[in-house]
Design a protein around this ligand. Structure first.
Ligand code: GCO
Ligand code: MG
Length: 403
């Protein structure tokens, strides 16, 4: 049996922070897992180093399910983003090790390919509608079959999803949280205009997506869904905060626009009612924040019973290690829907050499044994952790709101 002899937490910042767990076995086999929780990175690093790593030493690396249960039940304090991200990192690294020892890419261990590739969506962001469409055209020309469109809201200094200048969008930008201001009625006016212009310019063969980022009440989301129906969005994401899963019933009563939720969920219990009551169409939980491949498969299996498809989160704060794992998952899972793809910077790609590739709007995890991704530790060591917070959001009268 491959016995775990060492596990290390590597924190690096090649343009943004990433936390990676590297597990090593007595035969020299290593596996990596992403442990990045945007804006709260060091809490997971400590959870792993102080509370998980000591319990891993000496264990059989092949017993993925048993280790998962040990860490989940054994913590007593179940669920939560920090715990579930830490468990995910261990789980992902163990799948990587199992694949390497089997001499197979992880997707083969998950049942093999269910499709030729993983359809991904990219982000077109711009200050104005025209800017957004110009970016979307560029992506369409690169072969993307699905594009998320977000634009600035006239009269507002900043908007979720829209970068400053020509920089790629990276929300965790402040040594302390930056403060944004939100105005719902202005936003509700501009989004239908954006979709109308996008259909006019891009045609009907490309999927168009949009992220509301938890900013509307259920009835406002119903209104927006109705307004967007003529433009056939692929989905509306995070229409309203989902702590109260029942809230989505109200949105459903008013619109047939497909709904996607779940990037901030970390357990099957966060989405169970949404799935069982068929209140959503796509579940966005992903490997790093929802307990690894082991738990994500369970969520997808539940979703499959209700014709809910996967649409995993894939922003730049999810490292290439998570991306690789998500692609193995997406290639194999029967009820795959779509995968988010925000390309990482060249510095990040150099720190995490990987086998996955993009062509014709689809990604493929590659056929290297394991996940096909690693961390170049020497390079990683050259990028010191830099504190960075996600922004906060206020209404115009100063009231704290959802970011
Ligand atoms: C998305 C997300 C991101 C998140 C970010 C937070 O749909 O990609 O909403 O933009 O805000 O990942 O860490
Ligand atoms: Mg989102």
């Amino acid at each position: 049996m491959p016995r775990i002899v060492n596990a290390r937490v590597i924190v690096t910042c090649p343009g943004r922070n990433f936390v990676t767990l590297k597990i090593e076995c007595d035969d020299g086999t290593t596996g990596v897992g992403d442990a990045t929780l945007n804006g709260r990175e060091l809490s997971v690093a400590s959870y792993l180093t102080d509370h998980v790593v000591p319990c891993l030493i000496g264990r059989d690396a092949h017993r993925i399910e048993d280790v998962w249960q040990y860490l989940y039940r054994g913590a007593y304090w179940r669920r939560g983003p920090v715990t579930m991200t830490a468990i995910a990192a261990v789980d992902t690294a163990l799948w990587d090790i199992k694949g390497k020892l089997a001499g197979m890419p992880v997707y083969q261990l998950l049942g093999g390919a269910s499709r030729e590739g993983v359809m991904v969506y990219c982000h077109a962001n711009g200050t104005t509608i025209d800017d957004t469409i110009a970016v979307a055209r560029k992506y369409q020309a690169q072969g993307y079959k699905a594009i998320r469109i977000q634009c600035g809201v006239p009269g507002m200094a900043s908007t979720y999803g829209v970068a400053k200048g020509d920089q790629p969008y990276e929300p965790a930008d402040g040594d302390l949280p930056t403060e944004a201001v939100w105005n719902t009625s202005r936003y509700l006016r501009v989004v239908p205009e954006l979709f109308a212009a996008a259909r006019e310019a891009l045609g009907w063969d490309v999927h168009l997506l949009h992220d509301i980022h938890h900013r509307l009440t259920p009835i406002e989301a119903g209104r927006l869904g109705k307004d967007l129906e003529p433009y056939r969005p692929f989905w509306l994401e995070d229409a309203t905060p989902a702590e109260n899963q029942e809230a989505f019933r109200l949105i459903r009563q008013h619109t047939t626009v497909p709904l996607a939720v779940g990037e901030i969920f970390n357990s099957i219990h966060d989405c169970r009612e949404l799935i069982q009551n068929q209140l959503i169409d796509y579940i966005r939980t992903t490997v790093v924040h929802a307990g690894g491949l082991t738990h994500l498969r369970r969520i997808a299996a539940l979703a499959d019973l209700y014709q809910v498809r996967t649409g995993c989160h894939g922003a730049t704060d999810l490292s290439p290690v998570c991306m690789a794992a998500a692609l193995h998952f997406g290639l194999s899972v029967p009820n795959f829907g779509i995968q988010e793809h925000m390309p990482h910077t060249a510095e990040t790609d150099a720190v995490f050499p990987h086998a996955y590739s993009f062509a014709d709007g689809m990604m493929h995890p590659g056929d290297a044994p394991g996940l096909g991704v690693d961390i170049d530790e020497a390079l990683a060591a050259g990028y010191e952790y830099k504190r960075a917070f996600l922004p906060v959001n206020r209404l115009e009268d100063g009231t704290m709101y959802n970011w």
